[in-house]
Design a binder for this molecule. Sequence first.
Ligand SMILES: [Zn+2]
Ligand SMILES: [Zn+2]
Length: 286
Amino acid sequence: MILGAHVSIAGGVALAPQRASACTCETFQIFTKNQLQWHAPPLSKDEITGFKREVQQYRLTPGTVHAAYLVNLSAAEPDLLAKSRQCMATDLGKTERLGIPWLVVHPGAHRGQGSAKGIDVAASSLDYIFRLSRTQHTSILLETTTGAGTVLGGTFEELAAIRERCHFPDRVGFCIDTCHIFGAGYDIRTAEGYATTVQKMDDVLGLDNVHAFHLNDSKGALSSTVDRHAEIGQGEIGLEAFRLFVTDRHFANVPGILETPGGDPAFARNLALLRSLLPSPPPTEL
Ligand SMILES: [Zn+2]
Ligand SMILES: [Zn+2]
C-alpha cells in the first residue's frame, strides 16, 4: 500500500504537498475547497502549476480528492440534487486539472425513497457529472459507508449496483474505508474475517476496481453504524486488520489514506505504526 493522510489546503492547494511530506506521507488526500461550502472560486493556473511542482518536489504519488460532505448524489429534493451534481462536476474538473486520478465521494442518502430508487438516482448523477464536467481521465470512487439510516453504501452490493447502472463504469471505482466497513458489519479483526471480507470485496466489487483505502480505526463497535474514526490500533478494530491490509499484495500499489483524529503530528505517528507492521527487509549479506 502507498501510505498517506488527508492534509489541509489552508493557504492554497499548493501548500498541501509540503504538509503531506512533513508528516512522512508517500501519497495524500485533499479537499479542493472548504468541504462545508457549495461554492469556491476556480483554481488559477498558478495554483495548479504550483501544486504539480510541489508534488514532484516532494516525490509524492498523487492520491485522492475527497468531495464536499454536503453532496448527496441520491437526494430526493430536486434542488439539493442539482447542487450536488454541479458541485461534483466542478470538483471532478479540478481534480483532473490537478493531475489527481481519483475523486472520492459517499454515494448519498435516499431519505426514504428506498435504496433501489436511491441507487438509480446516484447512477444518473454519475452520468450527469461525467457529461457536464467534460473530463477525460479522472475517475470517481464510491466510498463504503456504515449504512446508518438511509445512507447508501453500507454493503458492497449497493456500491456495485450504482456502478453497474452508470453509463461510464470504466470511470467508476471504489474506496474502502476500514472504519465504515467495520461499522457496517464486515468483521476484519481476524485473519479469517479479513479473508472472508476481501473475498466478498473481490466477488462483488472486483479487487481491480478498488483504487483507494481510508485507513481509520473505529470508535464504534462492529455493526454499530457509528462513523467515528480512531487512531490506528486505538479503536475497536485493532492492529491485526491493518497489518493484513498493508501487507496484502493485492493492494501493494493502492493509496491508503489516514483520516484519523489528532492532526499532522498524529498522522506521522500513525504512519510510523503502519510501517512497523510491514515485514522488515532481509538483512543484506556481507
Ligand atoms: Zn473515509
Ligand atoms: Zn468516516
